[in-house]
Design a protein around this ligand. Structure first.
Ligand code: NAD
Length: 296
């Protein structure tokens, strides 16, 4: 099975590396031509010059910033739409964190040309992408296609979950990141309030981790990345803001009032607009620092 991989960024680079290490013939593609060539050199595989070369593969994986970019790569003419060159029976696996509604629309368009789309977003961030131990959430309408790609996904992930029809993986991923972002937001607010009251932030995190307020941010992020001012998780603030917007939009799409998701979306949009989309996710607290209203 020949694999084409589009988007060798913070996540895609180590993920594609594991596919190659598992022995699959691999062709990578990225807008960043230097990065593409470097990856190919380091991993003894091919760097496609254009999307037409990627279309030659049986399985094509996308790991791009947004679902809109995934749709552009597949459908938009101009830069040479990928879908135009795909053969009947090709499986496209979108591992990006994309919007589930857009994924379903894209799936319909691709199906009309005999191409199967699966969504298989990931969780575990850069460290678990590097160790090949990501959690992978697989949505799709074609069980045979899912079975075909599972060995490839297993090269990148430790736990593979089948979530249901096409788009459910992307929905699950957005909801997961909403919860992660809400956890970070709550910790950030508590740290700002606690510090102003006279509590020591380091001690606060120790106490949270020994108490019921513990979450992913307190355990794995705050001390090293925020208090240690490392701010280098490898996950851009703009991408997290995108994910929580997807979760809030999903609530609206299913007609459910989910006010907390809207609040978290707005807080992250605010931090992104204030600091810049390329800043690190762990820096969001800096965007809120002067904003916390005084208690009246
Ligand atoms: P990134 O910005 O580091 O990488 C994206 C790559 O795509 C870059 O190399 C960029 O040059 C390339 N690219 C952009 N547009 C392109 C195009 N039109 N054609 C070809 N290449 C193009 O992003 P990332 O952190 O690797 O995230 C990728 C996806 O994974 C996002 O959807 C993100 O939300 C999700 N995700 C990220 C993390 C994380 O911790 N970084 C964790 C889980 C999921």
């Amino acid at each position: 099975m020949r694999i084409g991989f589009i988007g060798i960024g913070n996540m895609g680079w180590p993920m594609a590396g594991h596919i190659r290490a598992a022995g699959y013939p691999l062709t990578v593609y990225d807008l960043d031509r230097e990065k593409c060539a470097r990856f190919a050199r380091e991993h003894n595989c091919a760097c496609a010059q254009n999307l037409a070369e990627i279309a030659e593969n049986e399985i094509i994986i996308t790991m791009l910033p947004t679902g809109q970019i995934v749709r552009n790569v597949l459908l938009l003419d101009g830069s040479g739409a990928l879908a135009a060159g795909l053969k009947i029976g090709t499986i496209v696996v979108d591992m990006s964190s994309s919007e589930p509604m857009g994924t379903r629309e894209l799936g319909k368009v691709l199906k009309s040309s005999g191409v199967t789309l699966l969504d298989a977003p990931v969780s575990g961030a850069v460290p678990r992408a590097k160790t090949g131990t990501l959690a992978i959430m697989i949505g799709g309408n074609d069980p045979a296609a899912i079975e075909r790609v599972k060995p490839v996904l297993s090269a990148m992930g430790k736990q593979l979950f089948e979530t249901g029809p096409l788009g459910t993986g992307h929905a699950m991923k957005a909801l997961n990141n909403y919860i992660a972002a809400a956890g970070y937001t709550a910790v950030a607010e508590a740290l700002l309030v606690g510090e102003r009251f006279g509590l020591d932030p380091e001690k606060m995190v120790d106490i949270l981790n020994a108490s019921t307020g513990r979450n992913f941010s307190t355990e794995f992020m705050i001390k090293e990345q925020v208090l240690g001012r490392k701010f280098a998780t490898g996950f851009a603030l703009g991408l997290m803001a995108k994910d929580v917007k997807i979760a809030a939009d999903l609530g609206e799409a299913v007609g459910l009032d989910a006010p907390v998701s809207r609040l978290i979306r707005d807080r992250w949009a605010h931090a992104r607009d204030r600091l810049g989309a390329m800043r690190d996710t762990s820096e969001a607290i800096l965007g809120w620092k002067d904003d916390l209203p005084e208690r009246t």
